[in-house]
Design a protein around this ligand. Sequence first.
Ligand code: NAD
Length: 499
Amino acid sequence: MAQTYTHFIGGKHVAGTSKRFADVFQPMDGTIRAQVALANGADVAAAVENAKAAQPGWAATNPQRRARVMMNFVGLLNKHMNELADLLAREHGKTVPDAKGDIQRGLEVVEFAIGIPHMLKGEYTDSAGPGIDIYSMRQPLGVVAGITPFNFPAMIPMWKFAPAIACGNAFILKPSERDPGVPMRLAELMIEAGLPAGILNVVNGDKEAVDALLDHPDIKAIGFVGSTPIAEYIYGRGCTNGKRVQCFGGAKNHMIIMPDADMDQTVNALMGAGYGSAGERCMAISVAVPVGEDTANELMRRLIPRVEAAKIGPSTDPTADFGPLVTKAALERVRGYVEIGVKEGATLAVDGRGFKMQGYENGYYMGGCLFDHVTTDMRIYKEEIFGPVLSVVRAKNYEEGLRLANDHEYGNGVSIFTRDGDAARDFASKVEVGMVGINVPIPVPMAFHSFGGWKRSSFGDHGMHGREGVHFYTKLKTMTSRWPSGIKDGASFGMPVMH
Ligand code: NAD
């Protein structure tokens, strides 16, 4: 009998009232692992009610005590690392070592949240006017929510809830319905770490639950990560309802390869960034842009055998380079894109569509695919594929490479490989993309900096984690105070000025 994931509300597992469920699959062999409850409006309302009741007490708890809960949670994440990584790999499809990376990058944001007493310190100006001091504080918003994608079921929930909770908010997480097991475990571990019940709630579900969150008047802010059409929808509806909203969407990340780049380093970087996690990363490189025909020819000469030799395996094989895709539908969609690319006239230099994993015939596997001579009018260039498919677009010169990245509708990540400091500096300054790698293929900033794309990869203000994350989950309040001792001024009807 498959397990059932319900909801986690007020520190307890709660069945919910919707009677709707979805299957959770194990991508490595196509079996059904679990059922997940899909919340309705009443289930969401119950979570909000619990969160609202618990939040004032948590906000009044001094920040170093809140930080201690985060410290305990880091200890528990390390203690349960193997169990969490195994569960994550089984529900998502990525390999166990890659799943550990997913957890680790989330854990680092929890470590950042331990510094919350420092991050919440306000500013102070002594004697801004006669007997007048000005100071500021950052206060929590109240109840906030996060809606997260399937591809990082540990990291992205932690990027959202750790800073939000450390700031004194109560949080409602609506994780992806495709791999809810790890988010549920994280909520249990937060309680074990000492978090009061009701401060972190998990509501499982689909559009119905999301819409209920978007329309609930007691939810003050929504943080979303997922595909661009849904990001745009959530941003629009959330803002119309008067909430603070940040939505991070899809991507098409370019890597510009200059003629002077170290080719060994470049090819290794492209393999990991293009095919790691079966290409299911929003910071994956999906477009390689070699500059000049010689660079392109050399790149293809080295890349083709590497893509052909990539080791694909079940999630439990620690020696595999990458595992299966997340669902059968995802596999069919990615295969469909390869078909489109062939019809559009791109050269399919490596065709991984026929790959079969022996002993795991019902898993959602495909081999790496590599397209050459891709042009900007093709759908495989314009759209996000989100699979192990890399497109090579040949550029005549550096300016054309830069223009490609700038003209694309997405602006999440980009990278340049070169030995030329001038070119790298010019690129960093002129490229219209939020996160830039210089000889670094996946430039996801560390926890104490902030993550965020540009253009149609992101809607709303503020990045995730770092100082920006703290600002997103707090309101700024500024006090102008005077303690008059002997100052006796009459009524003044002009705009107050401090001379
Ligand atoms: P998705 O947009 O399908 O789902 C994301 C979340 O939205 C899930 O919780 C899902 O339940 C919910 N959702 C789905 N359809 C909805 C609807 N019609 N109305 C309301 N809510 C809905 O994304 P996904 O397939 O889970 O994740 C992959 C996508 O996420 C890719 O596009 C990837 O680039 C993107 N992503 C972006 C970032 C980033 O930081 N920019 C990070 C990770 C993933």
